[in-house]
Ligand binder design. Structure first.
Ligand SMILES: Nc1ncnc2c1ncn2[C@@H]1O[C@H](COP(=O)(O)OP(=O)(O)OP(=O)(O)O)[C@@H](O)[C@H]1O
Length: 487
């Protein structure tokens, strides 16, 4: 994943609505004992961490009261007949995202400057770089949509664009959920974003880590026993039963495997059972078996009624079998959009039949790379994809799922009644009455993120006597560490 900051590029793509995981609490903010290399030495226990959750919330409000754990969004009518399954379709249409970048000049032998990008817009010294160009598609609940492409093709940018992590105004195009424009506030409430790497406390077990996430992120009104139930259900869903009592570990202490660790990170983010889940390269750095198990978990999450959208570099044959829809990108443009099954016929119609037994994604990526290096680039494939999409659309007539006449808010309410966004349990007992129907809980993420920030500042002021540290884990997740080193 590459990140180049252009002149009109905000410090983070999330400048619109900075979730706290983007607060870069680099190691200088953290007590040395919490840095990746030495965290295990003084990693706090679960008991210590939980004890201080309440303290931080109280500290953050400044008036001694506890910070509310969740926000409530009014959804209107509560008297809903809950359908057996509520379909969700996230559609995006003509997403286009450009940034200004410095114009590069080359000097010839005579010392005259030539522009290396004469076609780009912009001024004398800047050029406009289009990172996403006219990207359309859709993702449905129960399915995994995977974004593929070579390094730098725009996969992360597309995931960011869909997850509202791009500065407002610079992204053109539309995003709808069940045909209704998707407000960023709504998306924030119903979705989760899993980053590539997470910082976890090495001395906590898998179960303790998830329990702390439940304590921190689920509504306070949900009893401990229900939170425990949610954690157990999650452990099952993540395929972590055998590792539940194993510590996370680090370089110095053996702990869970890389794949298990990745699943724990996902678990932290989905503790509230989001309707839409975004993941940026969840399989990167994993061996093929671990990568397969991670995607298998994602399939289970999708099948529990979520939309899963992920980027992936080069999925194995087995992983490909778990993906429902693919978007191949080349330099920010779509070169294929459809099911993995249609890849052979697509490329055959394009005049490049796939040899049997060839890995489909490898073949596609190789051909795309070859075209990128050719004089016309991938233009012919981009155009071919457009006509292929039109043909597909005219044949299928753009089939819409039956939403039982529910508006988006009603569909979300109905989902919550079935356990989404609160406890994740499908059993209604697990939902506290205040969350039934009309309201839904927003994760305490941002609120607690800023709470942690405030407390951190306060602690910094008192650094002379006490060195307290707060560790912020990337990926929707906060741990508090309370280490009194020099009393
Ligand atoms: N703010 C920016 N200004 C200029 N160029 C940018 C900016 N952000 C990203 N890019 C460029 O956009 C392209 C797409 O980046 P992106 O991170 O989406 O690629 P990717 O497909 O996810 O790559 P990888 O697989 O390596 O993670 C890259 O060429 C990158 O250098």
């Amino acid at each position: 994943m590459s990140r180049v900051v252009a002149e009109n590029y905000s410090p983070s793509r999330d400048s619109v609505s900075p979730p706290f995981y983007t607060m870069d609490f680099n190691s200088s903010h953290l007590h040395p004992s919490l840095s990746a290399s030495s965290a295990s030495a003084t990693s706090p226990t679960l008991g210590q961490l939980l004890k201080h959750v309440g303290d931080v919330r109280r500290e953050a409000t400044g008036d001694g009261s506890e910070t509310p754990v969740h926000q409530v969004l009014e959804l209107g009518s509560t008297n809903l007949e809950v359908p057996r399954s509520i379909p969700f379709v996230l559609s995006f249409n003509k997403l286009t995202y450009s940034v200004k970048a410095r114009r590069k000049f080359k000097f010839n032998r005579l010392g005259a400057a030539t522009d290396t990008d004469p076609v780009g817009g912009g001024s004398l010294f800047t050029t406009t770089k289009t990172l996403l160009n006219d990207i359309s598609g859709e993702a449905r609940d129960g399915e995994i949509l995977a974004v593929l492409g070579a390094s730098g093709s725009g996969k992360s940018t597309l995931i960011d664009a869909l997850a509202n992590r791009i500065a407002k105004g610079s992204l053109k195009g539309t995003k709808t959920l069940n045909g209704e424009v998707l407000e960023s506030r709504m998306l924030k409430v119903i979705s989760a974003y899993v980053m590539q790497d997470d910082l976890l406390f090495p001395m906590l077990t898998v179960e303790e880590t998830l329990m702390f996430a439940a304590e921190f992120r689920l509504p306070r009104s949900l009893s401990k026993s229900k939170k425990r139930l949610r954690v157990q259900a999650l452990i099952e869903q993540l395929g972590l039963k055998n590792a539940a009592k194993t510590v996370i570990g680090d370089e110095g202490h053996r702990g869970v495997s890389g794949g298990e660790r990745r699943r724990v990170s996902i678990g932290i983010d989905i503790i509230h059972d989001p309707i839409v889940l975004f993941l940026d390269e969840p399989t990167s750095g994993l061996d093929s078996t671990s990568a397969f198990m991670v995607v298998k978990v994602l399939q289970r999450i999708a099948q529990s009624g979520s939309i899963v959208i992920m980027s992936v570099h080069q999925p194995s044959y087995r992983i490909l079998g778990l993906l429902d829809r693919l978007i191949f990108l080349s330099r920010g443009q779509t070169v294929y959009s459809g099911s993995p099954m249609n890849l052979p016929v697509y490329f055959s119609d394009f005049g490049h039949p796939m040899p049997t037994n060839e890995n489909r994604t490898e073949f596609a990526l190789d051909l795309i790379r070859e075209l990128e290096g050719s004089p016309g680039g991938t233009r012919s494939l981009v155009e071919f994809n457009k006509s292929w999409q039109n043909l597909k659309h005219s044949r299928n007539g753009g089939s819409e799922p039956d939403r039982g006449g529910l508006s988006l808010k009603e569909a979300i309410s109905a989902s919550i009644s079935k356990g989404k966004l609160v406890s994740g349990a499908t059993n209604n007992d697990a939902i506290s009455p205040e969350f039934n129907g009309a309201n839904f809980c927003k994760s305490s993420l941002e609120r607690d993120g800023s709470a942690v920030e405030k407390v951190l500042l306060k602690f910094k002021k008192n650094a002379g006597t006490v060195r307290d540290s707060i560790g912020c884990c990337r990926g929707h997740w906060v741990y508090l560490s309370y280490n009194v080193l020099e009393a």
